[in-house]
Ligand binder design. Sequence first.
Ligand code: KIV
Ligand code: ZN
Length: 387
Amino acid sequence: MKDKVYIFDTTLRDGEQVPGAKLVTDEKIALAKQLELLGVDIMEAGFPISSPEDFNAVRKIANTVKKSTVCALARGLDEDIDVAARSIENAAAPRIHTFISVSDIHIENQMRKTRDEVLKMVDRAVSRAKSYLDNVEFSPMDASRADFEYLVKFTQVAIDAGATTINLPDTVGYALPEEWGFMIKSLVERIPAFKNDVVLSMHTHNDLGLATANALAGVVNGARQVECTLNGVGERAGNCSLEEVVMTIKMRYQDRFYTQINTKEICKTSRLVSEVMGLPVQPNKAVVGANAFAHSSGIHQDGIIKHRDNFEIMDPDDVGASGSAIVLTARSGRAALKHQLEKLGYVYEKANLEPIYLRFLEWADEKKQISDDDLHALVENVEAISK
Ligand code: KIV
Ligand code: ZN
């Protein structure tokens, strides 16, 4: 039997923390509707205490979205939790997500408290959230740098107070896949609730480029919720990327796990995020980058034209991409040129192609890329000379 991995999207909260990416309410609502179409299980709509505008945006999202759970973030403080609860009171499926740091680095240098004082705060925060609704997620912040025995105690206090999801953040993107996977496995072994009704989640950051690898290592070792964002946007180097984790589960872990994401909506959602946040997607970005299904070298182009599987592991249709592209450059071969010419209506036998190919190489050495317009001009040029 396959296990479901819950997809918790935090584009509207952690993603929106990117400098310059702040969204106005209408943009947040448009994105929330698209996330619902994408099929995320839970969307973190914002951090309501942070500003009146964010409170209103979360409230409107809670009134609009019906299929996904709508989550509001709150520090482990009474007022934060009260405001978060109010912002989602009309949601069809509301969740409060509250957090308190668990690492000694944060406890000593940021909170300036003792471990025992912090345990009391955990109990108080979760109990308060629980007084408003049943669906409460609790995050021991900076879990990857915490003392493991204290993390176990901390987590147990949150579960005893009623947390239904425990989310382990690798807040500073410090974890390695093998140690993160081992930590998840050890926590599942130590806390029986994770084998019953409490969901173990992860929130991984990408400071070392390992956010997706860490999230997947966690899934393999027993976690069942992944927190992520479209295009991997988020604080500093960003968060685990939704499209990477979802497509890796679909393409490589399909015998063990599944998600409920409608993958055909991925590229559309990625474009919307990029547009409203003003954050261009790097061309080589996995799954959603402009070059994710573009082929430029002669050998690859020849292989793709003969059989897509030669050089593609995913069907572009599956993620809503516009299809595989053959990009003509000075590294392209005869097969790609012939293929593109045929698409434009010019059919050449092998022998007749040679003069066109030689002229194509001259032009391609001068330009970075040969467009369809260039190809029309190229054919006219070669045919005029040969008359
Ligand atoms: O990175 C982090 O620790 C967070 C928490 C609020 C979950 O974003
Ligand atoms: Zn974060």
